[in-house]
Design a protein around this ligand. Structure first.
Ligand code: GLC
Length: 786
């Protein structure tokens, strides 16, 4: 009766008293073991250690000396240098290169500052604690001006101040409302922005965790887990980009995906037959709408048995996949973890005989209902199961498939709890743990098995993997789409802060189902959503069974033409987006950015949920309401150009822009350079014309034009193209210096068409020392080719 007023019956009121926790008490003694400091306190044990110069790890175990090597997410080792410990009687100071940890002894309270003494995180009234149920909790001071970001995949607006979130991977088909929590991903990480400076907290605990950021009344935030250790890392920043770099140093950088992963993807639950798929391909070709991948949802399988094709519906999958590939279109089949119980089905048979499924302590296999009916679930915490699953993907790669879509991997089970029984005992490579403890890493480990399997099967080709569930560090293996949204304008709006906060949680490669998954889409909504999708890192149109089809042409010619233009725009911008993906794979800073990431001192940006940046200097302001043909846009400091009209604006102001249905407001900052490709039917076709748009500034600005073969790991072996372009405007003189830094990969284009914006007819251009003559001038823009 939760959906009637009975839910708020007065008799159900819970006591408002907070759960009582045992405080850790005072420090009793401590010992330094090289790079670690071990503290024995009245009620628990604490270890402090450093990673990099700016990451401090604190681990509290109520019962024994903390275990330090059980992380699923962390990729790096701690620093080995001895910590400098200064005992000042009532306090201890741990001095590292860039940060300092202050430990008050009675009661034990811990703070981290930078060397100027600026507080990064602090404990005052309350600190670390636990209760009799084994829950661990930590309280930290919250300041009036703190803003919080990250927390992975959450509904709501950009700034998470005032919110409370739970991490417990959950399959939620019900509409994603502001109060719908948790969703599919658990990324127990957040960033605090305090007076323009940023720091991060990564709470590396796989149990159900809760972050309480309802700080206005308490000036305290907390994070807690239902078990395990209080094990957290503080990333000291000081800039928000530094925090992302530190966090992804810890949990791993995302690999560069294949270029086709960045193209337009078309999906549907489901394209049910080979004929339907062939017709779809034909439509894209005839209508000249670029497309890089078609996703095969569950109907391709025989009775929803993974690693099979239904032979009646898909009589010759290999031929189909080959034919599609010839047209430059990849296939991405869905692979769920549930394996159908069927003694004559080889996957089930092997899983049982080789002891690869999740089991109870007593040895019986856990069965749960998913699409195939009664199913068993591989125990991805077990190396042998991961290897087995990885190798099974030969079924797909042998047919020419290079991408996989992992779904239902929370794992989702059709029962009350929506998942596996909590007492299932995972093998965990010989260190058995319950599902209650490892639930949140199930999908992550499935992703690891799948990515690594595909990588070894694809013979140097980069795999594409899409996942619904994950844990901190999921970026190493997969792109994340935001699950079963609906064709609601509110969900279009929500997709922006949701993707931005995934980006603030280390996950660059993310996007919503464009057009909305459940519910019926319509022309206007799909058009506006495609405009957004063209600039989200992952760009896939997907819709659910029993709702209207929403391929680009489904709502008439007018909408089709606009949708097509924006899919084409994606392909035009792909060189720039790809370059930003490259950057994300090196720094952890995402392609799609909240404005505060570039303007951390500008308060106007802290809660800006309906516009975002692509890289440093392109601003996107989608229209997110029906019937709306204009919107307010906030332009931060600097000079900005309307991408479409060239109109120039001073920043630090709000403007109203006209945005008819065919217009996505885009603004480009002075100093920006944007490479644009000529549009091809998919990334399988070489770009052979390259234009570099330059918006010159009085200061020197630079851009690195990057390219590689887009599909193998050869770029890691130095086979890429990089050209450094430097531009400066001095009155009527524009100086361009372009120098090739690396040409061990040769793009198909041989010259670059330069397009310099906002110049007057008397402009002089000096290109690599040569004064250019006879350059064409039109609309305050000059163009020339070199
Ligand atoms: C889940 C997925 C959805 C998929 C469907 C059928 O609901 O989130 O994307 O289409 O299952 O496989």
């Amino acid at each position: 009766m939760q959906d009637t007023s009975f839910a708020i019956h007065p008799g159900k009121k819970k006591s408002l008293k907070h759960a009582t926790y045992q405080d850790i008490g005072r420090l009793i003694d401590y010992d330094q073991d090289g790079h670690q400091l071990h503290i024995r306190a009245e009620h628990g044990f604490v270890t402090v250690l450093f990673y990099d110069d700016k990451i401090v790890r604190v681990v509290m175990n109520p019962y024994e000396k903390p275990a330090l090597d059980e992380s699923f997410a962390v990729e790096i080792e701690p620093k080995r240098d001895a910590i400098k410990v200064i005992d000042e009687g009532e306090t201890l100071q741990l001095v590292a290169e860039d940060v300092q940890v202050h430990i008050q002894k009675a009661p034990l309270r811990l703070s981290v500052t930078d060397h100027q003494g600026q507080v990064i995180v602090s404990e005052s009234e309350q600190g670390m604690a636990y209760n009799n149920d084994g829950h661990v909790i930590c309280f930290k001071d919250a300041l009036q001006d703190d803003h919080y970001y990250g927390f992975g995949e959450k509904t709501g607006f950009l700034d998470k101040r005032g919110e409370k979130y739970t991490m417990w991977n959950t399959d939620v088909y019900a509409p994603h409302n502001p109060e719908t929590d948790p969703l599919y991903e658990s990324i127990p990480f957040f960033m605090t922005l305090r007076n323009g400076k940023a720091s991060g907290v990564f709470f590396d605990n796989t149990f159900k965790t809760t972050f309480d950021m309802r700080v206005d009344q308490t000036d305290v935030y907390s994070f807690k887990a239902e078990g395990g250790q209080l094990d957290y890392y503080i990333c000291a920043g000081p800039g928000p980009k530094d925090v992302l770099e530190q966090y992804t140093n810890l949990t791993g950088k995302a690999p560069l995906p294949p270029k086709w992963g960045l193209g337009y993807h078309q999906s549907r639950y489901s394209y049910e037959t080979e004929d339907e798929v062939r017709e779809l391909v034909k439509q894209f070709t005839e209508r000249e709408i670029p497309v890089d991948a078609i996703h095969f949802d569950i109907h391709y399988m025989n009775g929803y048995r993974v690693f099979t094709f239904d032979e009646d519906r898909f009589s010759n999958p290999k031929q189909l996949i080959t034919d599609m590939k010839e047209k430059g279109i990849r296939t991405v089949p869905i692979v769920d973890p549930g394996v159908k119980v069927d003694a004559e089905y080889s996957i089930y048979h092997e899983g049982v005989t080789n002891d690869l499924f999740c089991k109870y302590l007593e040895g019986n296999i856990f069965f749960g209902d998913v699409w195939p009916g009664k199913s068993a679930f591989p125990d991805f915490t077990k190396d042998a199961a991961r290897k087995w699953w990885a190798e099974k993907h030969e079924f797909y790669t042998e047919k020419g498939i290079e991408g996989i879509w992992n779904d239902m991997n929370e794992p989702a089970v059709f029962n009350e709890s929506k998942t596996m029984d909590l007492e299932v005992m995972h093998d965990n490579d010989g260190n058995p743990k319950t599902h209650r403890e490892l639930h949140n890493v199930y999908g992550y480990l499935m992703g690891k098995a799948t990515y690594e399997g595909m990588k070894s099967l694809l013979d140097d080709k980069r795999p594409f993997l899409l996942t619904r569930a994950g844990y901190a560090g999921v970026q190493k293996y997969a792109a994340v789409w935001t699950g079963d949204n609906r064709s609601f304008w509110e969900h279009l709006e929500m997709a922006i802060p949701m993707c931005l906060n995934l980006g603030m949680s280390g996950v660059n490669y993310t996007g919503p189902d464009v057009g909305g998954f459940a519910h019926d889409s319509n022309g206007e909504l799909l058009t506006r959503w495609t405009q957004l999708g063209a600039f989200t890192p992952f760009f896939r149109n997907h819709s659910a069974i029993e709702f209207v089809y929403q391929e680009p042409w489904q709502f008439g010619e007018t909408y089709e033409a606009i949708i097509k233009e924006y899919i084409r725009l994606r392909y035009k911008w792909l060189p720039h987006l790809y370059k930003l993906f490259k950057e994300a794979s090196e720094t952890g800073v995402p392609m799609m950015r909240p404005l505060f990431l570039e303007y951390p001192d500008d308060e106007e940006t802290y809660q800006l949920s309906d516009q975002f940046l692509i890289g440093r200097n392109v601003l996107i302001a989608p229209v997110i309401r029906p019937g709306v043909k204009h919107r307010l846009v906030y332009l931060p400091e600097g000079v900005w150009y309307n991408y479409w009209s060239g109109e120039k604006y001073e920043g630090n102001q709000r403007i109203i822009v006209q945005a008819e249905i065919d217009t996505l407001p885009i603004f480009v900052k002075q100093g920006a350079m944007i490479p644009e490709a000529n549009v091809k039917p998919s990334t399988a076709y070489d770009v052979d014309e390259m234009t570099l748009h330059i918006y010159p500034d009085d200061e020197t600005s630079s851009y690195e034009l990057y390219d590689d073969d887009g599909e193998t790991f050869s770029y890691e072996r130095g086979e890429y193209f990089e050209m450094d372009v430097k531009v400066k405007r001095d009155g009527t003189l524009v100086t361009i210096d372009a120098s090739i830094q690396n040409d061990r990969y040769q793009p198909a284009w041989e010259t670059v068409k330069y397009c310099i914006h906002d110049v007057s007819s008397d402009v002089e251009v000096v290109y690599n020392g040569e004064k250019l003559e006879h350059i064409s001038f039109e609309n305050r823009t000059i163009t020339f080719e070199r």
